[in-house]
Structures are given as structure tokens and as C-alpha cells.
Design a protein around this ligand. Sequence first.
Ligand SMILES: *Cc1c(COP(=O)(O)O)cnc(C)c1O
Length: 482
Amino acid sequence: MKLISVSGSQTINMDKNSLLRKIPKVDEILSILELDCCIESISQEMLVSAIRAVLDELRTAILHGALNSPDLLLPERIAADCKARLHFAERRSLIPVINGTGVVLHTNLGRAILSSKAANSALQAGRSYSTLEYSLENGTRGSRHEHVENLLKHITGAEAAMVVNNNAAAVMLILSTMVAQKETIISRGELVEIGGAFRVPDIMVQCGGILKEVGTTNKTRISDYSAAISPVTGALLKVHTSNFKLIGFTESVDITELCALGAANSIPVIHDIGSGLLYDVGIDCLKNEPNVLSSIKAGTDIVSFSGDKLLGGPQAGIIVGKKKYIEACKSNPLARALRVDKLTLAALEETLFAWRDTSIALREIPTLAMLNSNALERHERAVRLKARLSEIHSQVVLKVLSDDCRVGGGSVPGEVQQGYAVSIDIPGISPDKLDDAFRHAPIPIIGHIKDDHYLINCCTVFEADFDIIASELSMAIKEKLQ
Ligand SMILES: *Cc1c(COP(=O)(O)O)cnc(C)c1O
């Protein structure tokens, strides 16, 4: 019944009409779908509306002459189409992926991953009532900051602490509390943009303060800061240039020197250290990264950092420092708008518990564990993944290649660690095609292409992911090789 040669409008109409008559009834499709156990969880309303949508599309296609085979109108075929659509509609958008990029803190892939204890703690906090703002001791209202304040004080040596939504929020809160209407002195080498529209000069304008820039892009000396101090100076600000590296003829003022200047002039020093490394954990590539403990020791009045970078916890902005400034930040109305939720606090408390002991932190916090693993361990993991994948298909060519591991997330720019990847070459499937197939797998794999080879970097892949990668590889081969 294909409309190969159409001689007159009469023929078309007749064929269209007979096709239209062949469209099954909603109930007929419904009765097929209701027998299918895979769609038990879907309500009758949703089934009916999916069926109607498919039937409407078929009707439109027939009327436009785009459908001319009655085979496409078989009830079983339409039911299968409805089922695929219902499954597609049930898909979630925020789903786990396997990180085969070798970038440990990948901002697009959610930065730090939680320890299992921290993730469980967030789950518990979400599934039950909690002591979020309740004091069990007094039976009265408590503070949401208390859950982590003592831990942060204990670990960093600070007098007080509070937590907000993220570090960008922390910086905003600090500046609008401490330096509104006043001048804040900052080095021209630290006027950074930290992703998106977060630029230090713009934030200062938002907060009603005035930025007093000193020094040059590559060199700023302590005398530049002291010459800029005046009666309207509200603070000295140091921002860690976490996402770029200035090399060559450079000079900057270290935090100890800046704190001495601040103290001598009774001006508070604010330090945005970005990454949230709480103290030196002895990982080689982090040796030049500023840490919170050292900054507090140097005498910094207020330090701010992220929860989901090197701290290895949930997204959060943490502020530690002198009690009078933290108290002022807590009572700023903006604090209410930037406040952190209970799932985050639960995960953060658990992560901070691990940080009380270096060896526990290195073992339990995935970010630190990944960065702490050595080249030999990484090589062995890549060899094990290669072995697991080699069972799948004789035509797949697998190799273990050297492939850098990076910290990422705007931390430690330029530093790479020795890492290893498994390269996967399949005759008849280009690296781009394989990349595409993996990105569309049930648990997507995000690898990368280097020198025309598809690579899965093993520094950021877990043993538990091996079976998933293997099954998704065999699916990709089945679909594309046959
Ligand atoms: C990452 C970073 C920020 C922003 O932190 P978020 O937690 O992403 O809001 C601010 N300052 C510095 C120095 C950073 O490295």
C-alpha cells in the first residue's frame, strides 16, 4: 500500500483514510501495556496520555503523507513505542557518572565526592527529623552552625566558625559585613575571576565596598600595602589565585607579613584560600597550596574556603577566624539568605570528623585518597581494568598508557601527577563514536580522546566501576559491531 506513484488527490485521500482507520484504539494499546510488568509503577493516567500522544503523532504523520505503511500501526509496535517513551520520561537528569577524565575535582562532574560515611549521614539527615536547630541539652532552639563549629575550631585552631552555601557566598558575606563603605586593599595580582560571573572587583561593588588595588600584576610588595593604608581602610584582602599560575618575574606578600602589617595598624586581614585544605596532609602536589591551619596560625582574622574542593566534603562555604567577626557575619541578614541546608551540614560534620586525624582523612576522604595514591598503585589499577575488559571481545585493542592525573576544580593549577589510562580501540568504531556510546550508557562513562584514542583514566575510577565499564563496553560493541 505504499504511495509510490500518486496520480490523483482521490488516491491519496483514500489511502490516508484507510490508514487513519487502522490506527488502534487507546484501550487496545492500554491492555497490551497493562500486561507489561516493566511499567507497573506508571499510573493509568500517564499510560493513557503517553498512548494518546503517540496516536496523535501517527495521525498527523498520516495526514501529512509522512506515514504510508500500515505496519507502523500494529498495536504491538505502538505499545513498544509508548513503553520506550515512558521510560525516557522517567529518566532522571542528575545521575551518577564514571569519571574517566583523571581530574579529581571536576567542577562539571560535581567536584568532590563524599566518603560513604558522609553520604550516609546526609541520607539519615534527610530521612528523619534531626537536631538541626534544636538543643537536646536545654530542649530549646539551637544553632545550625554548632554542628560543625567545634570541629572546625579544633582542627584549624580558629576562635569561631560558620558555614554558608558556598565560598562565593562566604566571600560576599564577609565583605558586606566587614568592609561595606570602606576601602579594602588587594594586590593587582589577585583580582581574579573564579568561574562564571564571580569576579573579585564585581563582588566588592555588590557588597558596597571600595577596592583599593596595589602593586602590579606580577609584583606586589608589603610597602605597596602599607602606603595604601588610610583612615578609610576597612581590611587587607588576600585571595588565593587558585585557578591560574603566574610564573617568572613575580613577587607577592605572604600571609604572615600581611597579618603583621594588619595587626600593627589594627586592620583585619581576610584570606580567601579557596580550596579548603585544612592542614598539610603530606601530599606532594599540594605542598604549595595554602592551608587553613597555617593561615590562622599566621594571625589571619578571617579565612574562607569551599567545602567541596580539597576538603573533600559537600558544597559549602566555610568561614573561620576571630570570634567578633564571625559573630558579626552570623547576625548579618544576608547570612539567612546564604544559609546551608541540613543534608550539607550532616555530610560536612562527618567529613570533618575524618579530618581530625591525618591517616583517617587520607583513607576515608575520596579526594585525598585519590591524590595520595602513588604511580605504582595507579598503574596496577589500570592493568586490572585492562584485564577485566580484555575478556569482552577479541577485536578490542586495549593498552595501558601514561595519562596525567590532575587536581582540578580550580586548585593547584599546573601541577600534574603521574597517572595511567586504559585506551580502548575497536575496529569499525571511531573514538568519537565510542565516546558517544559511553556517554549514553545507563551509567555514563566520561572518558577523553587523546591522539585519536579513547582513554579511560584510572586515577578517578574505582574498582567497583570495573564491572559497569565492562558491561557497557560489551553493550556498545553489540550495538555497533553487528
Ligand atoms: C573556588 C574558589 C572560590 C569559589 O568557591 P565556590 O565554593 O565554588 O563558591 C572563591 N575563591 C577562591 C580563591 C576559589 O578557589
